[in-house]
Design a protein around this ligand. Structure first.
Ligand SMILES: [Zn+2]
Length: 204
């Protein structure tokens, strides 16, 4: 109901313009077209989708997150990757509780639903990751992720933003160690698509 949204002054969570469609505005729909880079699919480079990431992550814009998941799923369907289940890079439970939702899990559930695939919830965080300021001690810390149960062979691992890929790699390695053979990636935003060149991760 565009007239109602206009009356209520609703704004596009991505660009802040008038919301003339469900989720994000028509102008944003034109530019937010998912791309594939190596073994990963992403909705857009970070600057282009920054507003949507923040709105979905911190302001609970579920509708925008669902729209993004549907669009990413459409691009994944064209990749022919034989994915068996969808997992997500897990966060810290207390953070999810504070925000009332966890974006990577919502994206993964949306993508799994669109593709008719099961959601694998067994990837968990084992302990607090070191902060960037404690970089020097990072190598001394044990792995951050663990897996409950056995993941299927080919897994799509979802995260909201892919920056250096260090966290994603650790999560993917945990899945491979637990029995997955191949881990593809899907993201709302990437800083640099060329950094996806190591994807998919495969069991060696
Ligand atoms: Zn917009």
């Amino acid at each position: 109901m565009p007239w109602l949204e206009a009356f209520l002054g609703r704004r596009c969570p991505n660009c802040g313009g008038a919301l003339d469609a469900a989720g994000v505005c028509r102008a944003c729909r034109e530019v937010l077209v998912p791309e594939r880079s190596y073994g990963g699919v992403f909705l857009a480079r970070y600057p282009r989708v920054k507003g949507l990431v923040r709105a979905a992550k911190y302001r609970g814009h579920r509708r925008a997150a669902r729209w993004a998941a549907g669009r990413i799923a459409g691009r994944l369907a064209a990749c022919g990757w034989a994915i068996e289940a969808v997992a997500y890079v897990p966060g810290y439970p207390w953070r999810a509780a504070l925000r009332g939702g966890y974006l990577p899990a919502e994206l993964a559930a949306g993508i799994a639903g669109e593709l008719g695939l099961p959601l694998f919830r067994g990837l968990v965080r084992r302990r607090y990751a070191p902060s960037q300021t404690r970089r020097a001690t990072r190598h001394l810390l044990p792995q951050v992720f663990g897996v409950r149960g056995r993941p299927p062979g080919v897994v799509l691992l979802v995260d909201d933003v892919y920056t250096t890929g260090a966290t994603f790699r650790r999560a993917a390695e945990a899945l491979l160690a637990a029995g997955a053979s191949t881990v593809y990636g899907a993201f709302l935003a990437v800083a640099d698509p060329e950094r996806l060149r190591r994807l998919p991760y495969r069991k060696v």
